[in-house]
Design a protein around this ligand. Structure first.
Ligand code: UDP
Length: 239
């Protein structure tokens, strides 16, 4: 069941439910596409109908961002937990390892995907990483050839948003993988180049606060959270 926030769909599934569906997608050779939804993207989608359409085209929109959880509570929805892009990616790596599925890392600055690959091999011994490619290669034919030759089941795309979502929609039908996930800055985090908030902050729903202190220039982006909640509240009867 999907919930809707200002016209943007969000899946109510847990990591486990999603993992089961994604494994089925791979086994049945069905294409699926995961996109992370946060208040910033929902607000942006209000101003750009094409972005809203793009987000709604994904198979699974995951509730990344505490704002979505709060909004679901306000609207009487069922979403009680974040499903973050990076944790979903790690769950998919575990799934790949356990079921002999192959992953491919595409995106981030030259060298980063390779470093993320090494970290993932330490975290999930035996995982099959079919290939990596940086996100600054311009030749689309070369990118598609590399991915198809490697023949992975799951493709992680780290080009930032909405570039990665656009790229996935545009190319998924000509590519071999079944499952596609846009993962933003996750390769930077996994490689160890960028640190995530300590677990305590994540558990308390305060990752945004940690990031605000560490990266104060993000305050403008964070002001979108109250704006988002206010819009959801006032649209309650309509959507
Ligand atoms: N990136 C890329 N190619 C580009 C532009 C960006 O591979 O042409 C990468 C960039 O190196 C970084 C990621 O995309 O690893 C963007 O991460 P960010 O955290 O900005 O994305 P967000 O999750 O905020 O959309």
């Amino acid at each position: 069941m999907k919930e809707h926030f200002l016209g943007v769909d969000v899946c109510g599934d847990s990591y486990e439910q999603l993992s089961a569906k994604l494994l089925e997608d791979i086994n049945e050779d069905r294409k699926s596409f995961i996109v992370a939804i946060n208040p910033e993207k929902v607000i942006k989608a209000q101003e750009e109908p094409s972005l809203k359409e793009l987000l709604n085209k994904a198979t699974y929109q995951i509730p990344d961002g505490i704002g979505i959880v709060i909004a679901s509570k306000i609207k009487g929805g069922k979403i009680r937990e974040r499903v973050t892009g990076i944790d979903m990616m790690l769950k998919l790596c575990q799934l790949a390892k356990e079921n002999d599925k192959r992953i491919f890392l595409y995106g981030a600055k030259p060298g980063i995907a390779e470093e993320a690959k090494n970290k993932l091999m330490e975290m999930f011994p035996g995982i099959q990483i079919a290939g990596v490619m940086d996100g600054y290669e311009k030749d689309q034919t070369k990118i598609a050839e590399r991915i198809n030759q490697a023949n992975p089941d799951i493709l992680f795309v780290a080009l930032g948003s909405p570039r990665q979502e656009n790229w996935i929609i545009e190319h998924m039908n000509e590519l071999a993988p079944s499952v596609y996930q846009g993962v933003g800055g996750s390769f930077d985090v996994i490689s160890g180049r960028i640190k995530r908030a300590p677990e305590m902050f994540q558990k308390m729903g305060l990752e945004w606060f940690y990031r605000l202190v560490k990266e104060p220039w993000r305050w403008k982006r964070q002001l979108l959270l109250p704006k988002f909640l206010f819009s959801v509240l006032t649209s309650k009867s309509r959507e």
